[in-house]
Design a protein around this ligand. Structure first.
Ligand SMILES: *[C@@H]1O[C@H](CO)[C@@H](O)[C@H](O)[C@H]1NC(C)=O
Ligand SMILES: *[C@@H]1O[C@H](CO)[C@@H](O)[C@H](O)[C@H]1NC(C)=O
Ligand SMILES: *[C@@H]1O[C@H](CO)[C@@H](O)[C@H](O)[C@H]1NC(C)=O
Length: 375
């Protein structure tokens, strides 16, 4: 509390122009130095450092104000400073992505027949679990880190496929995002400049497999395709697009299929610094989807407090150990991704009957995007 009051009392214009001798400034100095050393920030020019510090202080004030409001009950989630603290939201988006509009990839040839099959299958399954957490069942690999590369789409796609491979085989294989970044450029993906989960799946299907990170490790930058078919770690045969903006359908798919890839609006400052609690930002866009993530479960903390458990790809230092709880049954809130966001989710589907023997085929369920590149 004291910290908060101290911070807001700083007059930013003083910081770079006056001698820093008073105790208020030195508190900020200490925090700034902790931030720099904690996240290994090195600024070459003093001017650059001054600019970064100004942004960091602005972000700090935003975080502190939000948390104050959260303590007063206005929000159900808290924020925290993290390694993105010296970036403005605009820079953050730019670094993580190259947003481009595009026509939605036509999945019909893959999904039409499956979709009807899926609905029947889902309806036959009994009453819903109030809580699903596929992490506790071994379906989910540790949180990964896309770095400063707009490759969220690869992480989102792989997380859902990893779940299906585990479901089919009982073996968790960490699939290669770099394989997708480097090799799926003929499938409408743009490597570190953005891409689409369904295009990643299209690549894996047409390529007859994807390598694991063991044979094709992550680099976080665009490189030459080095895929080798004798090192394939997983194959899949199909994907299903879930109905758009239907949280019931998403929830059922998460329960009956497993982790589902979805698209969301991650452009808000509140998301950049999300820490714990149930994320809900009324300013989020349900249409302007720009980030691919994976729903790995759902639950509720009481009335009006339903959530999805969402795996992000910004490392374990972001959010709640790399995860975010996103509001569920709140009209597809922003994030909500789910909502429209849920945009056009896809369901993974298991085609065991048609699978060759050598590799596990998995279908996947993943959710979808609309007209924008995801990062
Ligand atoms: C700034 O503070 C230091 C001591 O902390 C002092 O030596 C120096 O003269 C001050 N400079 C100005 C411009 O006030
Ligand atoms: C479904 O609910 C039961 C009882 O709460 C729980 O033990 C089980 O782990 C849940 N299933 C999943 C997949 O989380
Ligand atoms: C949403 O999905 C559920 C389950 O799949 C379905 O019963 C319901 O009719 C759908 N709602 C809308 C508005 O399409």
């Amino acid at each position: 509390m004291l910290w908060f009051l101290v911070l807001i009392s700083i007059n930013i214009s003083l910081i770079f122009t006056e001698n820093r001798t008073n105790s208020i400034k030195s508190v900020t100095d200490i925090q700034w130095n902790l931030f720099k050393s904690g996240y290994q920030k090195a600024y070459i020019a003093p001017r650059e450092e001054a600019r970064r510090r100004f942004i960091w202080e602005t972000n700090m004030r935003f975080i502190n104000r939000h948390n104050q409001e959260a303590e007063n009950g206005r929000h159900k989630y808290f924020l925290a400073m993290n390694r993105y603290g010296d970036l403005t939201p605009r820079e953050f988006r730019k670094k993580m992505n190259g947003l481009k509009t595009r026509r939605l990839f036509d999945l019909d040839s893959y999904s039409k027949k499956i979709l009807s099959g899926l609905s029947e299958r889902m309806l036959k399954i009994g009453p819903k679990n109030n809580t699903i957490d596929w992490r506790t069942k071994g379906y989910v690999t540790p949180v990964k880190d896309q770095g400063m590369c707009g490759s969220c789409w690869a992480f989102s796609a792989n997380a859902a496929l990893e779940g299906q491979i585990f479901k089919k085989n009982g073996k968790l294989v960490d699939l290669s995002e770099q394989n997708l970044v480097d090799c799926s450029k003929n499938d409408e993906n743009m490597g570190c400049n953005g891409g689409y989960m369904e295009s990643a799946y299209k690549y894996i299907i047409n390529n007859d497999g994807i390598e694991s990170t063991q044979t094709y490790p992550y680099e976080g930058k665009d490189a030459q395709c080095r895929f080798k078919s004798d090192r394939v770690g997983a194959k899949m045969s199909n994907i299903v697009r879930l109905p758009s903006g239907n949280e019931t359908a998403l929830t059922e798919a998460v329960e009956n299929i497993g982790p589902i890839a979805v698209a969301m609006d991650a452009s808000r400052l509140s998301f950049q610094f999300y820490s714990t609690g149930i994320y809900h930002d009324p300013h989020c866009s349900p249409v302007n989807l720009n980030h691919g993530v994976t729903v790995v479960g759902y639950g509720s903390q009481g009335k009006g407090l339903d959530y999805y458990i969402v795996k992000n790809s910004w490392g374990e230092t972001w959010g709640d150990k790399g995860y975010v709880l996103m509001a569920r049954n709140m009209n597809n809130n922003c994030a909500s991704t789910y909502g429209y966001g849920l945009g056009y989710p896809y369901g993974l589907y298991n085609h065991a009957a048609t699978a060759p023997l050598a590799y596990p085929y998995a279908g996947l369920g993943f959710a979808g995007l609309n007209a924008h590149g995801l990062w």
